[in-house]
Design a binder for this molecule. Structure first.
Ligand SMILES: CC(=O)c1sc(CCOP(=O)(O)OP(=O)(O)O)c(C)[n+]1Cc1cnc(C)nc1N
Ligand SMILES: [Mg+2]
Length: 615
């Protein structure tokens, strides 16, 4: 295996052109083999293999800095930079990250997982290089999806003004997770007309010249004229970038040739390459959305396994039904149609569906505009990605008390994607916002009840639910919601478990049938149900449990309320400690954090209540 001879990118320099092509094939096979076991971002990484081989052939990492936006397409980069032996641990607890990570390798220039950060990082590194009199190269690889993010475009604006030496490679596969959206994506397609012209030119050049040099000359002029027209609108020129492309992102020889030519040019250059997401693996090429984030699969007979019914689908079914009778409902997503369970909704209500691209800030403020104009917007957004729009929540939605509903998916620890994707900070930044109401349904039926009630509130509402499976609610079921009220599910004589969201299951398991331990579905964090809290706190110890950072979370809110109520029961707070939680299976991460049933029982024991496990 040629790949096994590659201990680092320097080993690529000695390979022949033929060996480089052989290496590309071996990399693809290894990516498929391992991702089939671990799951991961298969299609994106398959599409970037030639580019990554060419980059490491031409540039000198780690002296030269190669940045990958999102970092999910960088499996070949990991394999070429000394991590083959650990590649099988990809996305596992204690294993390699699924993204680039500075602490993992000197070849990983940035720690990522959220999109659109590579260009500002590259700008900072270029300014630092020049201030320190260094002369290494800086390359940022950014996808067409990531380029829909505002911070990427804003960084381009500054990069163009400063004119710093760097190479930006736009990896254009016309895909985000679902097909890419936005005017730029449409424009890129027209530029690809050029690529088509180039390909046709390659085919027709000799033929035309033989037939009629005059005809060839006319065709050549027509091509140049087309390019001029296209280039005139080329926004990259407006950003003072040298634009090169579009070129075939799988033509290894052509890429190496171009990168050699471009690497020493002064100023910022944008190389636009066109790739096929999922390249080299038929099922992934045919359905790059499904194979974007692949679950473990049989590489010999890859099938699209029908997953379990999830919270995302429960939300998607609910809004799809609700839109029937709620004509002002509009659902927005920042590029997460599949992840937020919105495929059915988007097909059923296309006029009331908005995918704004990877632009969470735009999603929230567009929702504000919709609300100001009399509509009922629901922003479907992952907890971790909502972090991108905190100011928009405060400034554009909350100050005017707009009724925007935030349907927060992936709340809590999410597993293999690790610290860049865990949704564990939203309660802390949301509950400080005046007028924001926050709730977590215990099941799909309660989600429906809360969703309908949320759309009638005066002001913003955040509903949050975890990644994972849930029992479906009966179609057409729209129960009432006792808004703001907690639900005592089990009485207890000595202590009450106040569980928020996902941890309710653990609390019920921990309490078992022990008569001393009560369990509350503390489904409202803001407003807290102070009436029930005061009643329970009067003569019981309390244990709060949440799948969120302890700092600023549900337990903190309970402590603050107890202080305001002048009550001092014994309290234990269970949640995530003040550090980032690494990747791993969610159940294992919950056990490590002590928010599972065993952890809750340990807290009960500290309070003198040893639950009989067999009870
Ligand atoms: C991994 C992850 O969370 C991905 S990968 C991806 C599509 C990126 O498209 P791009 O064209 O840049 O790359 P491609 O896959 O090669 O086509 C999205 C939207 N996400 C979710 C997402 C959403 N929002 C933000 C801020 N960051 C991320 N990472
Ligand atoms: Mg893309």
């Amino acid at each position: 295996m040629l790949l096994s001879r590659i201990r680092g990118p320097e080993d690529l320099k000695a390979l022949s052109e033929e060996e480089l092509h052989e290496l590309v094939e071996e990399l693809r096979s290894e990516i498929i083999r391992v991702t089939a076991e671990t799951g991961g971002h298969l299609a994106s990484s398959l599409g970037a293999v030639e580019l990554i081989v060419a980059l490491h052939r031409v540039f000198d990492s780690p002296r030269d800095r190669i940045l990958f936006d999102v970092g999910h397409q960088a499996y070949a980069h990991k394999l070429l930079t000394g991590r083959q032996d650990r590649f099988h641990t990809l996305r596992q607890e204690g294993g390699l990250s699924g993204f680039t990570k500075v602490s993992e390798s000197e070849h990983d220039a940035i720690t990522v997982g959220h999109a659109s950060t590579s260009l500002a990082n590259a700008l900072g590194m270029a300014v630092a290089r020049d201030l320190q009199g260094q002369d290494h190269k800086i390359v940022a690889v950014i996808g067409d999806g990531a380029l829909t993010g505002g911070m990427a475009l804003a960084a381009l604006n500054k990069i163009g003004e400063m004119g710093k030496d760097m190479l930006i490679v736009l990896n254009d596969n016309e895909m985000s997770i679902s097909p890419n959206v936005g005017a730029l994506a449409g424009y890129f397609k027209t530029l690809q007309v050029q690529k088509w012209v180039q390909d046709a030119e390659k085919l027709g050049k000799g033929f035309l010249e033989r037939i009629s040099p005059r005809l060839f000359e006319l065709a050549d002029r027509a091509k140049e004229a087309t390019k001029m027209i296209l280039h005139q609108e080329n926004p990259f020129y407006a950003w003072n970038l040298r634009y090169v492309g579009p070129v075939d992102g799988h033509d290894l020889k052509g890429l190496v040739y171009l990168l050699e030519k471009l690497k020493d040019l002064s100023g910022p250059t944008l190389l636009h390459i066109v790739t096929k997401k999922g390249k080299g693996y038929k099922v992934a090429e045919e359905d790059p959305t499904h194979w974007h984030g692949a679950s473990p699969f049989n590489p010999e007979a890859p099938t699209k396994k029908k997953g379990s019914y999830t919270w995302s689908l429960a939300f998607g079914d609910a809004v799809t039904e609700l839109a029937e009778r709620e004509e002002k409902l509009v659902v927005l997503t920042p590029a997460m149609r599949e992840g937020s369970g919105l495929v059915r909704y988007a097909q059923t209500w296309p006029d009331r569906y908005l995918d704004v691209g990877i632009a969470e800030d735009v999603a929230v403020t567009t929702a504000a505009g919709l609300a100001l104009a009399g509509m009922k917007p629901v922003v479907a957004i992952y907890s971790t990605f909502l972090q991108r729009a905190v100011d928009q929540v405060i400034h554009d939605v909350a100050i005017e008390k707009l009724n925007v509903v935030f349907a927060i998916d992936r709340a809590g620890l999410v597993g293999a994607d690790g610290p860049t994707h865990h949704g564990v900070f939203d309660l802390a930044f949301l509950r400080t916002v005046p007028g924001m109401q926050i709730a977590a349904p215990k099941d799909a039926l309660e989600l429906r009840a809360m969703l309908t009630a949320a759309l009638e509130q005066n002001g913003p509402v955040a509903l949050r639910w975890p990644r994972g499976a849930v029992e479906p609610a009966p179609e057409g079921a729209w129960p009432e919601c006792a808004w703001g009220r907690w639900e005592v599910l089990k009485p207890g004589s000595e202590v009450y478990l106040l569980a928020f969201g996902k941890t309710l299951g653990y609390a019920l398991e921990a309490a078992g049938a022990d008569p001393r331990v009560g369990v509350v579905n503390a489904r409202f964090l803001k407003p807290l149900d102070r009436e029930v809290l005061a009643e329970l706190a009067a003569n019981h110890a309390l244990v709060t449990v949440e799948d969120h950072q302890l700092a600023g979370g549900f337990g903190a809110a309970v402590l603050e309320a107890l202080e305001e109520l002048g009550l001092r029961p014994e309290v234990r707070r269970l949640g995530l400690p003040d550090r980032f939680t690494d990747q791993g299976k969610v159940e294992s991460l919950h056990a490590k954090a002590g928010i599972d049933a065993a952890g809750i029982r340990r807290a009960l024991a500290e309070l003198g209540v040893n639950v009989n496990v067999s009870a």
